[in-house]
Write a protein that binds this ligand. Structure first.
Ligand code: ADP
Length: 573
C-alpha cells in the first residue's frame, strides 16, 4: 500500500518523462519519414539525370555519324586521307570522352574482295579482309580513326560475317537510321582488360536521294560506324554519380550475360559485406537507336547528405537526454516539496504538542493555586499584625495575577482545541461597560477612564462575562501601554444594528507592520518586550471572543501617538 502511494508521488515525474519521450519519438519518426522522402526524391533526380545523360550522349554520337554520312554523300569517293582529316577535325577524344573510334566499312560482294584489298594496300601494305564466315556480301572496315594499336587490329574485319553486327547493319540499311548492335566484344580488344562493347551504324548510299526499301539494298555503299568499349564510354558518361551504383544491360533483361556495364562507384569491399544495405533501387528502360537498354540504379543506406541522415538520430538522442533531465528535475522538485511538507507537518505537530502541554500545565497549576488562595484568605481573617497583613495582601495580589495568567493560558488552549463555550444570554450594554470599567479601576489607579456620558438602554445578546473579559483586556492594555498619560477613553457609537466600543489611549502606539499581527497568539511587538511584561495572549483571546459573537475587533494606531482598539458587536447574536 505504501509503495503504491509512493509511486503516486512520482506520477508527475513519470508523466513528464513519458510526455517528452513520446514527443521526441514522434519527432524522430516524422523527421526520419521526411528525410527518407527527400532522399527518395534525390535518388529519383539522380537516376533521371544519369539516364538522360546517357540517352543524350548516344543521340550526339548518332548526330556525328550523320555528319560522317553527309561527307560520303557529298563526294563520290572519300579517300583515307580525307576521312582522317574530317574525323580529326571533330576532336572526338576531347569533346566526347569514351569514344573508341569512328570508321567506314565498305559493302562489297565477295567477288570484289581482292580488288578492294589491292586498292587499300596502297595505303596499308598489310591490309587483309578478315571474315569469320563465308558469305556473298562483305563489309570490311577500310577506314578507321584514330589509327591507334587497338583500332588497327580491327582494320579489314568483315563485320557482316558476325551475326550481331550484321543484324544491326541490315536494320540500319533498311531503316536508314542509326542502329546499335547487341552486346559484342570489339575487334579492338586484346587479351587483357576485355570489356563488353557495342557499335553504332549509319548507312551510306550511293544515291542519297529518297530511296525505296528495295533500292536501299541496291544502293548501299557502306556504313559509317563507331565502336564503343562500354566501360570506357559509360565511366565517362556517368562521371559525377559516385554515390549510386549503376548497371547497364543490353535489352530489357537484367541477366548477367546481358550486362554491358557495372559502375565501380560504390566501395566494392563494402558492397560485399553483409552490412551493405540497399535502400533504393530502380530500373529505367531506354529505347535508343533501335535498341533497348535497361539501366539499373542502386543506392545504399549511406545515400543522401550526412546531415539529413543523422538529423533524426540526433533529435532522438537530444530528446532522450532532455526527457531524462526533465525527469530528474521533476523528481528533485517532488523530493524538495515532500521535505517542505514533512517539515510543515512536523512544525504543526510541535505546535499541537505545545498547545496540549499548555492546556495540561495550566490545568495542573490551577488546583494548587486555588488551595494557596484559600489558605491566604484564611490567613487574612486571622489575628495578624500590620506588617504581616500587608504581606498577605501582597501575596494575594500576586496570586490573582498568577490566576489570571493561568486563566488566559487555559483560554488559549481552549480556543485552540475549539472547546471554548459561550454562555449566551441577554444583557444590558450599560452593565457591560460599567462593570468592565469598575473592574479595571479596581486593579489600576494610575489612569482615569473617560466613559460615554450617556449610555442608551440597549440589550445585547451574548456571553457577558466573555465580552467583559475582552473589553477589560483592551482597557488594561490602554493603561499599560500609555504610562504617564493618566487618561484612557472609552467611546460608544451606534450604527445600524451595531454597537461600536472604542478604547482610545495616548500611549506608545503600534507601528504599521506590528498592527497586522497583534491579534496573533503569543505575538508581542518585539521592541517592547523588556519594558512591558506580558505574554501576548490577551488580544488573541479578545479577538476570538468578539469573533464568536459575529463581531469585529480592529486596531488603528500611530507609533508614538496612541492607539484605538474598537469592538464592533451586532445587536443580536
Ligand atoms: P501583552 O499585552 O500581554 O503583551 P496582548 O495580546 O494584550 O499581550 O497584546 C499584544 C501586543 O500588542 C502587545 O505586546 C503590544 O505590543 C501590543 N499592544 C496591545 N495593546 C496596545 C496598546 N494599547 N498600545 C500599544 N501597543 C499595544
Amino acid at each position: 500500500m505504501k509503495s503504491k502511494n509512493e509511486l503516486k508521488t512520482y506520477y508527475p515525474a513519470i508523466l513528464v518523462l513519458i510526455a517528452v519521450l513520446s514527443f521526441s519519438l514522434f519527432s524522430f519518426y516524422q523527421l526520419r519519414k521526411s528525410a527518407k522522402a527527400r532522399r527518395v526524391k534525390l535518388f529519383e533526380l539522380y537516376t533521371n539525370q544519369a539516364t538522360e545523360r546517357l540517352e543524350k550522349r548516344i543521340i550526339d554520337y548518332a548526330q556525328i555519324l550523320r555528319g560522317c554520312q553527309s561527307l560520303f554523300h557529298s563526294s563520290t569517293s572519300i579517300t583515307a586521307k580525307e576521312w582522317k582529316l574530317y574525323t580529326d577535325n571533330l576532336k572526338l577524344a576531347d569533346n566526347y570522352p569514351g569514344i573508341q573510334g569512328v570508321g567506314f566499312a565498305k559493302y562489297i560482294s565477295s567477288s570484289q574482295k581482292q580488288k578492294l584489298e589491292q586498292e587499300i594496300r596502297k595505303d596499308y601494305p598489310d591490309f587483309k579482309i578478315k571474315s569469320l564466315s563465308n558469305s556473298a556480301y562483305l563489309t570490311p572496315i577500310i577506314y578507321i580513326e584514330p589509327k591507334d594499336q587497338r583500332n588497327l587490329r580491327a582494320l579489314g574485319f568483315d563485320m557482316f560475317s558476325e551475326s550481331n553486327r550484321r543484324q544491326a547493319m541490315i536494320r540500319s540499311m533498311v531503316t536508314g537510321q542509326a542502329t546499335i548492335t547487341k552486346k559484342v566484344i570489339l575487334m579492338q580488344e586484346t587479351n587483357v582488360g576485355v570489356q563488353p562493347g557495342f557499335l553504332i551504324y549509319l548507312p551510306v548510299y550511293r544515291n542519297s536521294g529518297s530511296l525505296t526499301q528495295s533500292h536501299k539494298a541496291a544502293e548501299i555503299e557502306g556504313f559509317v560506324y563507331m565502336p564503343f568499349r562500354a566501360y570506357d564510354l559509360m565511366n565517362a558518361v556517368f562521371k559525377g554519380f559516385s554515390n549510386i551504383d549503376i548497371k547497364v544491360y543490353d535489352q530489357n533483361k537484367t541477366d548477367e550475360k546481358n550486362i554491358l556495364y557495372r559502375s565501380s562507384s560504390l566501395n566494392k569491399s563494402l558492397r560485399d559485406t553483409s552490412s551493405y544495405n540497399i535502400e533504393f533501387r530502380t530500373n529505367k528502360l531506354i529505347n535508343i537507336a533501335g535498341s533497348k537498354w535497361t539501366i539499373h540504379f542502386e543506392a545504399n543506406n549511406q545515400f543522401g547528405s550526412q546531415v539529413e541522415r543523422a538529423q533524426p538520430q540526433l533529435v532522438l538522442i537530444f530528446g532522450v537526454a532532455i526527457s531524462i533531465l526533465l525527469y530528474l528535475l521533476t523528481l528533485n522538485y517532488i523530493h524538495k516539496r515532500q521535505t517542505v511538507l514533512e517539515e510543515l507537518n512536523l512544525s504543526k505537530e510541535i505546535e499541537r504538542k505545545k498547545d496540549e502541554f499548555i492546556g495540561i500545565a495550566s490545568h495542573e497549576l490551577k488546583t494548587p493555586l486555588t488551595s494557596i488562595k484559600a489558605y491566604l484568605q484564611m490567613l487574612g481573617r486571622s489575628e495578624l499584625g500590620e506588617r504581616e497583613k500587608s504581606f498577605v495582601n501582597k501575596a494575594n495580589a500576586q496570586t490573582n495575577k498568577l490566576n489570571s495568567l493561568i486563566a488566559d493560558l487555559l483560554d488559549v488552549s481552549k480556543i485552540q482545541a475549539g472547546s471554548i463555550k459561550l454562555n449566551t444570554a441577554p444583557f444590558e450594554l450599560k452593565d457591560l461597560i460599567n462593570e468592565s470599567i469598575e473592574s479595571v479601576l479596581h486593579m489600576y489607579q494610575s489612569h482615569n477612564i473617560v466613559k460615554p456620558s450617556d449610555i442608551p438602554d440597549i440589550t445585547l445578546n451574548g456571553d457577558k462575562l466573555r465580552l467583559e473579559q475582552a473589553l477589560i483586556n483592551l482597557l488594561v492594555n490602554a493603561i499599560k501601554y500609555s504610562p504617564g498619560a493618566g487618561v484612557v477613553t472609552l467611546n460608544l457609537s451606534l450604527e445600524e444594528k451595531k454597537v461600536i466600543l472604542s478604547v482610545i489611549d495616548k500611549g506608545i502606539g503600534i507601528s504599521k507592520n506590528h498592527q497586522s499581527r497583534v491579534f496573533e497568539k503569543f505575538y508581542r511587538a518585539e521592541e517592547l518586550s523588556p519594558v512591558f511584561s506580558g505574554l501576548g495572549m490577551g488580544l488573541y483571546i479578545a479577538y476570538e471572543i468578539v469573533r464568536r459573537h459575529n463581531g469585529i475587533l480592529k486596531v488603528e494606531s500611530e507609533l508614538g501617538k496612541g492607539s484605538n482598539f474598537s469592538i464592533q458587536l451586532p445587536y443580536l447574536f
